[in-house]
Design a protein around this ligand. Structure first.
Ligand code: CMP
Length: 141
């Protein structure tokens, strides 16, 4: 089924100059970026985006990390793109992510307070709709 997902290249990815490499992998798989914007998050936007993590021990360092520079927000469209991008991204923990995945090949989390795992991808249709509305309020498909 053709669906849309929200992908974020987090501040570690943008700072390290990996936005192009990550977009390349998304496009090489056959997914189409239909909206792309480079923007710096705000605490309010992150409280909405990460609502399920508010209050967890890693929440404050996560917010600090996500405010540390611009994020590349992407709406990508394609057949099965929601689970498909999560496969491309690999396991949340970069140390456990398989080689061949974005995190397995490129992410580093050694000795950091929060997992700097380069990318975020929506985990379900409901999350995708919610997250796209947060990052791209005017987006229509
Ligand atoms: P993401 O998929 O964007 O969703 C929540 C983020 O919090 C996650 O990627 C990581 O960056 C971070 N995170 C999740 N769990 C932990 C954890 N146990 N310790 C540190 N950071 C975490």
């Amino acid at each position: 089924m053709t669906e849309t997902t929200l992908i974020l290249v987090k501040p570690d990815g943008v700072k390290r100059g990996l936005s192009g490499e990550i977009l390349r992998r998304v496009e090489a798989k056959g997914y189409v970026p239909v909206a792309v914007e480079l923007r710096t998050a705000t605490p309010e936007l992150l409280a909405e985006h990460y609502a399920e993590h508010v209050g967890k021990p890693f929440y404050e360092p996560l917010v600090e990390f996500m405010l540390s520079g611009p994020t590349l927000a992407i709406v990508a469209e394609g057949q099965g793109v929601i689970p498909g991008f999560r496969s491309l991204a690999g396991a949340t923990n970069p140390t456990e992510a398989a080689p061949g995945t974005i995190r397995g090949d490129l992410a580093r989390d050694w000795g950091l307070k929060v997992m700097q795992n380069l990318v975020h991808g929506s985990d379900s249709e409901e999350s995708a709709a919610r997250e796209i509305a947060i990052w791209f309020p005017a987006f229509q498909r």
